[in-house]
Design a protein around this ligand. Structure first.
Ligand code: ZN
Ligand code: ZN
Length: 426
């Protein structure tokens, strides 16, 4: 049996389970849960995995779930989906749009929606897990279906690892994950090497000396200090990095003072940095520290600035050999619907899991926008304006062919290891 025949044999079961999967997706979409609180989602996932014969490990790192299906000798493959939603008010107009509200960790009432499509990831993985379980004659080895909490806050994978993930499940040889992105549904995109950026979040506090707004001579003005820092930070990417070294630095928040006639004591900046390799990351972070310190010195600040590190995401760097194998399997399965994905300035914590096991991985893009809508926007040159991106209130994957494609992609990738032609015989 060739790899393509094995993929076809497993995917053949999709027709039977499709209505159930679609209903499962719509139910998840109506019932989104914020990170670390995916209790209902995790319980449903664990239930389904158990029904298909997986050994279920739940409660890993809070709400994490891993299903293990041992099917004879052979490699071990890990498939990962994230489960959390976002504090976003959905405006997709879908009949199954979320109207859910919840309290966030600070006690505020917030809307909640699957605005990043993690409900699609969960449903695709459950579909692939089920089909692999019903077609065990065509593959050999062990399959791990891992459902991770709290990707958005960047600490879901870490919590599962801190809770002993690597000791609780068999060690995989390779790991795979996918993410819905605003490309035409039915398409998959692979990329060897750097794919997603690392992200660093910094809170910078600069200290001046407060005074009456009429008496600048009595003050050291933190508003001016912060303003100079904001402008000067723009020169890091434009003047300190090579054109071939991509990075993004955004000052997303500037807070100081409460009144026009009071010079405040302090100013606070929130900075987000995206880089694709550790060297660039260190260059940018060192430049930020240097500029903040120098601007504070230039203003005569009497106290040292504080730079606090917040949420951090690792870079996602796809293994070249693994990606090539998966890309070949996708070309066979999807023909012209398989392609190369562009470098993304989004971030993910998935890579922490394969990194903890010391194994290679690849992570691919799954298109989710109605192909006609996408094509029309492309012809008008309005993709950026008209196609809602992840985290937008209007972001809404089309159910099909996104779901079918995501299920098939996970199966095709798994079978590159679990059903190589020389292992399965005629
Ligand atoms: Zn997201
Ligand atoms: Zn996401």
């Amino acid at each position: 049996m060739t790899l393509e025949e094995a993929v076809d044999a497993v995917v053949a079961g999709l027709t039977d389970i499709r209505p159930g999967l679609e209903a499962f997706y719509e139910d998840l979409h109506v019932h989104p849960e914020l990170g670390h609180r995916e209790h209902r989602t995790a319980a449903r996932v664990a239930g389904r995995l158990g029904e298909c014969g997986y050994q279920v490990h739940d409660g890993i790192g809070g709400t994490g779930v891993v299903g293990v299906l041992a099917n004879g000798h052979g490699p071990t493959v890990l498939l990962r989906a994230d489960m959390d939603a976002l504090p976003v008010r959905e405006a997709s107009g879908l009949p199954y749009a979320s109207t859910a509200r919840t309290t966030d960790t600070s006690g505020r009432q917030v809307p909640v929606a699957h605005a990043c499509g993690h409900d699609m990831h969960v449903t695709c993985l459950l579909g692939a897990a089920r089909l692999m379980a019903t077609a065990q004659r065509v593959w050999h080895g062990t399959l791990l279906a891992l459902f991770q909490p709290a990707e958005e806050s960047g600490d879901g994978a870490d919590r599962m690892l801190a809770d002993g993930l690597t000791d609780r499940v068999p060690r995989p040889d390779v790991a795979f994950a996918q993410h819905v992105l605003p490309y035409p549904a039915g398409q998959v995109g692979t990329r060897a090497g750097s794919f997603l950026s690392a992200a660093d979040n910094l809170k910078i506090t600069v200290h001046g000396r407060g005074a009456h707004g009429s008496s600048p001579q009595a003050a050291i003005d933190p508003v001016v200090m912060a303003s100079m820092i904001v402008v000067r930070l723009q020169t890091i990417v434009s003047r300190e990095l090579a054109a071939t070294q991509p990075a993004v630095l955004t000052v997303g928040s500037v807070q100081a003072g409460t009144s026009g006639n009071v010079i405040p004591e302090t100013a606070e900046l929130l900075v987000n940095v995206r880089t694709y390799d550790e060297e660039t990351r260190q260059t940018v972070l060192a430049a930020i520290r240097r500029i903040v310190q120098a601007e504070c010195d230039a203003s005569g600040a009497t106290r040292e600035p504080q730079i606090q590190e917040g949420t951090r995401f690792p870079p996602t760097v796809n293994d070249a050999a693994v990606t090539d194998e998966v890309a070949a399997a996708f070309s066979a399965a999807f023909a012209e619907r398989a392609g190369t994905a562009a470098l993304q300035s989004a971030s993910e914590d998935f890579s922490r899991i394969p990194d903890a096991f010391g194994i290679p991985y690849t992570y691919w893009a799954l298109g989710c926008i109605d192909p006609d809508t996408y094509q029309n926007a492309r012809q008008r040159g309005t993709v950026d304006q008209d196609i809602p991106v992840n985290h937008s209130p209007r972001f809404a994957p089309v159910l099909q062919p996104t779901l079918d494609t995501g299920v098939q992609a996970l199966i095709a990738a798994s079978l590159t290891r679990l059903a190589p032609p020389d292992r399965t015989g005629p």
